[in-house]
Design a protein around this ligand. Structure first.
Ligand code: UD1
Ligand code: CA
Length: 458
C-alpha cells in the first residue's frame, strides 16, 4: 500500500520583476493562471490534498482559485522556501508523502513528477535536478563520489561550488513525517538570512535517507516565470507543444508557429487550420472542418465538413454540419446553426437558431431570432430586437425570402414562404405565402432640371 500523496505549492512570492500589482502566479499562460497549471498537474497526480502557500497580493490568490478544492495557507512574510513549507506542515498527515512544487513553474509534466513520488513512497527523498549551461542564481547539487550530500545556494557557494552545473529545480518529494522533523531544525544563518528548504537534503543524508535524483525530459519543464519576457518565452514553448500534439493527431496546421490554444482544442480527422487562429475555452472541430486565417473561436462546437473562412469570430455557439461561415462573420453567444447554413461577410448573429439550408450572406444583423429552413436573407437586413428597454424575438418561418435593406421590428413573425420586398420596415406580422412590402411609391418628376452653378461677376 502506497502512502497517500499531499502536494504543497509555494506561491507566496511577489514577483517584483513582473512589474505588476497582480500576484505573479495569477499571470496567465495559455489563458490560464500559472498557479492553475500547477494545481491541474497536482490533481492529475492524484493528490489527496493540494495545499497552496500564498502571501503577496493577499486574498487575490485564494479568490482567483476559489472554485477549487484546495487548502490555502497564508505566509504573511516571506522568509524563504523552508519557512513557506513550515506554514503548511500542520495541514499534512504524518503518514503521507509530500511533494513540493512552485506556483510559478507551470509546465512540469506529470510523468516527470511520478518517479519523485515513487521515490518518497519507497522511503527515499526524490529530488528533481537539471544540468544548466548557465547555473547562476540556482542552488547547486553537491555530490561526493557520485552521491548527493547537500545543496548549496548560489549566494553561499564557493567559486568551486559555483562551477557545478547540476542545479536544484526546487521540486522534491519525501515522507511528511520526516519533512516535519527536518523543517523544525532549519536555521537562517546563511547569506540571505532565509530558511532554506534545501538544507533538508544534508539532514536526509545525515539520517541515512537516500537522495534519489531525477531529471526532466525537457529543460523547460522546470523553468519558472520571473518576468514578462520569461512568461512570453514559456507561452511560446507551451504553444509549440500543443501544436506538435495537434500535428501528431493528424491535424493540418498551415504554420505550427502561428496558432494559439488557450483551453482545449479537440479535432476530428482531416481538419485544416490556417495561420493566426486563436482557440479559447473548449473548442471541438468535427471531421473535415477547415478554419481560415485569423479566426477566433471561443467555446464552440463545429460539426463535420463546415468551412470557416478568414477573420471570423465565433463565441459560445454550436455550428452544424456542412456550413459556410465568413469571411468576416461574427457569431455571438446562444447561436445554433443547423445544417448547410451560409453566413457571409459582415453578418452578426446573436442568440438565434438558424435551421437547415438558410442563407444570410451579406451585411446583416440577426438577433433573438428563430429562423426556419431554406430562408434567404438579403443584404443589409436588420432585426430590430431592442426597443430601448426590452429585447423581443423575431420568427422567420421556412422558405421566407427577405429582400435587401429590410428591418424587422420585433416581436414579429414572418409566415412560411412569405416574401418581403426590398427596403421594407416590417412592423406587423407578414402573412405566409404573400408578398409584403412597405415602400413609398416611386415617382418621376418629368422636366426637372438640376441646379446650375452661377458665374461670379467681374
Ligand atoms: C530556490 C531554491 C534553489 C533553486 C531555485 C529554483 C531554496 C532556498 N532555494 O531558490 O535551490 O535552485 O529555487 O528556482 O529553496 N516562495 C514562497 N515563500 C518564500 C520564498 C519563496 O512562497 O518565503 C516561493 C516563491 O513564490 C517561488 C518559490 O518559492 O514560487 C521559489 O522561490 P524563489 O525565491 O524563486 O527561489 P530561491 O529561494 O531563490
Ligand atoms: Ca529566485
Amino acid at each position: 500500500m502506497h502512502s497517500k500523496l499531499e502536494i504543497l505549492i509555494l506561491a507566496a512570492g511577489k514577483g517584483t520583476r513582473m512589474r505588476s500589482g497582480l500576484p505573479k502566479v495569477l499571470h496567465r499562460l495559455a489563458g490560464k493562471p500559472l498557479l492553475r497549471h500547477v494545481v491541474d498537474t497536482a490533481h492529475d497526480l492524484g493528490a489527496a490534498q493540494v495545499c497552496v502557500v500564498y502571501g503577496f497580493g493577499g486574498e487575490a490568490v485564494p479568490q482567483a482559485m476559489a472554485d477549487d478544492k484546495l487548502t490555502f495557507v497564508l505566509q504573511a512574510e516571506q522568509h524563504g522556501t523552508g519557512h513557506a513549507v513550515k506554514q503548511a506542515l500542520p495541514q499534512l498527515a504524518d503518514d503521507s508523502v509530500a511533494l513540493v512544487l512552485y506556483g510559478d513553474v507551470p509546465l512540469t509534466h506529470v510523468s516527470t513528477l511520478q518517479p519523485l513520488v515513487g521515490a518518497a513512497q519507497a522511503g527515499k527523498l526524490g529530488l528533481l535536478t537539471v544540468n544548466l549551461g548557465h547555473p547562476d542564481g540556482y542552488g547547486r547539487i553537491v555530490r561526493e563520489s557520485g552521491r548527493v550530500t547537500r545543496i548549496v545556494e548560489h549566494k553561499d557557494a564557493t567559486p568551486a561550488e559555483r562551477a557545478i552545473q547540476e542545479v536544484n529545480t526546487g521540486v522534491l518529494a519525501v515522507a511528511s513525517r520526516q519533512l516535519k522533523r527536518w523543517i523544525a531544525e532549519l536555521k537562517n544563518d546563511n547569506a540571505q538570512g532565509e530558511y532554506y528548504l534545501t538544507d533538508i537534503i544534508a539532514m536526509a543524508v545525515r539520517d541515512g535517507v537516500e537522495v534519489d535524483t531525477h531529471q526532466p525530459a525537457h529543460e523547460w519543464e522546470v523553468l519558472g516565470v520571473n518576468s514578462k519576457a520569461q512568461l512570453a518565452q514559456l507561452e511560446r514553448i507551451h504553444q509549440n507543444e500543443i501544436a506538435l500534439a495537434l500535428l501528431d493527431a493528424g491535424v493540418t496546421l498551415m504554420d505550427p508557429a502561428r496558432i494559439d490554444v488557450r483551453g482545449t482544442l479537440t479535432c476530428g480527422c482531416n481538419v485544416t487550420i490556417d495561420v493566426n487562429c486563436v482557440f479559447e475555452g473548449r473548442v471541438e472541430l468535427g471531421d473535415g472542418v477547415q478554419v481560415g486565417a485569423n479566426c477566433v473561436l471561443r467555446n464552440v462546437t463545429i460539426a463535420a465538413d463546415t468551412r470557416i473562412d478568414a477573420f471570423t469570430l465565433i463565441d459560445d455557439a454550436e455550428i452544424g454540419e456542412a456550413n459556410r461561415l465568413g469571411p468576416f462573420s461574427r457569431i455571438r453567444p446562444g447561436t445554433t446553426l443547423a445544417r448547410d447554413v451560409h453566413v457571409g461577410n459582415f453578418v452578426e448573429i446573436k442568440n438565434s437558431q438558424i435551421d437547415d439550408g438558410s442563407k444570410i450572406n451579406h451585411l446583416s444583423y440577426v438577433g433573438d431570432t428563430t429562423m426556419g429552413k431554406k430562408v434567404n436573407i438579403g443584404a443589409g437586413t436588420i432585426t430590430c430586437n431592442y426597443d430601448g428597454a426590452n429585447k423581443h424575438r423575431t420568427v422567420i418561418e421556412d422558405e421566407v425570402f427577405v429582400g435587401s435593406d429590410t428591418q424587422l421590428v420585433a416581436p414579429i413573425t414572418v409566415g412560411r414562404g412569405a416574401t418581403l420586398g426590398a427596403g421594407t420596415t416590417l412592423t406587423k406580422d407578414a402573412p405566409a405565402g404573400e408578398l409584403t412590402l412597405s415602400r413609398a411609391k416611386q415617382l418621376t418628376v418629368s422636366g426637372w432640371k438640376r441646379p446650375v452653378k452661377q458665374k461670379k461677376e467681374g
